[in-house]
Ligand binder design. Structure first.
Ligand code: NAD
Length: 349
């Protein structure tokens, strides 16, 4: 065994019903006196409750998926105008992403309060979109100082979105197994993430308001994000990044649809990853384990259902081919990639 592994420095406060108290403790620990709370209008009521005991200088509610540069500029200007000294994001990956865009240029610390399973809160990856092109980068300044996880905040996440978002988290775990910086530490986190999501997601669909399933899903999503942040983007993430950018597809659903196809593509060439994923699913094979879970969850099935045109398959295959990570277990060709994308577009197993 030989590897180099970086662990990101971050505090995690996990507790259902404790978000307000945990945020207040973190604001005090940071010595923050002028917070900017970033949340979409639909998360504003939740954000107001959570931030009841902290000094808020500005509420910012212009949150847009994939962080357009104009939206980032306005948020940065607001942070300067209100002389804020720390950022609080309340919401999914889009709210976290906007806080990261502000931290990128200001160095302000972030306390992230996630309400989906996207996992951006545990990575130092930022993303900005300009003229329909998304640029991403890595910078230690954008890593939230603290994550406040409160499963009670996620009970309002509709079941369909919970499933898509949870499968997005599962994709972080699966892709970790063959990503460019995969190592025994991030693989261990990914395997435990799969196990937790496999318990949590069916429980969420059976009882969306129940905390037990929500806690397992949130815990699994955190492990997934930590593993992914360490291992980097494998074939699955490269495919989803290209598809999302080319066809403006919804983030979580795209991941949910593409995952079984990448798993089926790579599993035969990655036997030890395959065994590990199968064991985490407690299934005879990795592909079976994921298929059973997806059937239980009534998971998103086809890219065509989310607006991808059939005519786009060839262009997408060419763009993905240029971005395939070196060392992907199954050698990738234009032909097998086109077959994979066509199956994901049609929703065939
Ligand atoms: P999102 O943040 O856009 O949220 C999806 C929808 O769910 C929104 O309409 C939001 O208002 C709503 N919502 C969120 N929480 C809710 C709740 N608890 N109850 C009811 N509704 C709720 O989507 P997302 O999937 O969380 O994040 C996607 C974005 O995050 C993408 O831009 C993606 O690129 C980015 N992302 C970045 C990283 C990273 O490491 N930088 C990692 C994962 C995702």
């Amino acid at each position: 065994m030989r590897f180099d592994h970086d662990t990101l420095a971050q505090r995690v406060r996990f507790g259902s019903g404790l978000a307000a108290a945990n945020l207040a403790a973190e604001a005090e620990a940071l010595g923050a006196a002028r917070l900017m709370v970033i949340s979409s209008p639909s998360s504003r009521a939740v954000a107001t409750r959570i931030a009841a005991d902290v000094p808020v200088a500005h509420w910012h509610d212009e949150v847009v998926m994939h962080v357009p540069v104009e939206v980032a500029s306005r948020a940065r200007a607001a942070a300067a105008a209100h002389e804020v000294d720390a950022l609080v994001s309340v919401g999914g990956g889009s709210a976290t992403g906007l806080a990261k865009a502000v931290a990128l240029t200001t160095g302000l610390p972030i306390v992230a309060v996630p309400t989906t399973y996207a996992g951006s809160e545990a990575t130092s990856v930022w993303g900005l979109t300009e003229n329909a092109r998304k640029t991403t980068g890595t910078d230690p300044r954008v890593l939230p100082r603290t994550i406040v996880y409160d499963a009670a905040l996620t009970v309002g996440l509709p079941v369909e979105l919970s499933v898509a978002s949870g499968l997005n988290a599962l994709a972080h775990c699966v892709d970790t197994m063959w990503a460019p910086r995969t190592d025994p530490i991030n693989q261990a986190l990914a395997a435990e993430g799969i196990r937790a999501l496999h318990i949590g997601l069916p429980a969420v669909t059976a009882d969306p308001a129940g905390l037990d399933g929500r806690e397992h899903a949130l815990y699994g999503a955190h492990l997934a994000a930590v593993a992914f942040a360490s291992a980097g983007s494998g074939l699955h993430h490269k495919i989803c990044h290209v598809l999302g950018g080319m066809f403006d597809l919804p983030h979580a659903q795209t991941h949910a649809v593409v995952l079984p196809h990448v798993l089926a593509f790579n599993a035969p060439s990655a036997p030890s990853a395959e065994r590990r994923i199968a064991a985490a699913f407690d299934a005879p094979s990795a592909v079976d384990g994921l298929a059973q879970l997806r059937a239980q969850l009534d998971a998103p099935r086809a890219l065509r259902d989310y607006g991808m045109p059939a005519a786009g398959i060839d262009a997408a295959a060419a763009a993905v081919l240029a971005a395939v990570p070196a060392g992907n277990p199954t050698p990738v060709t234009l032909e097998n990639l086109t077959t994979l994308l066509r199956a994901a577009w049609e929703g065939t197993p």
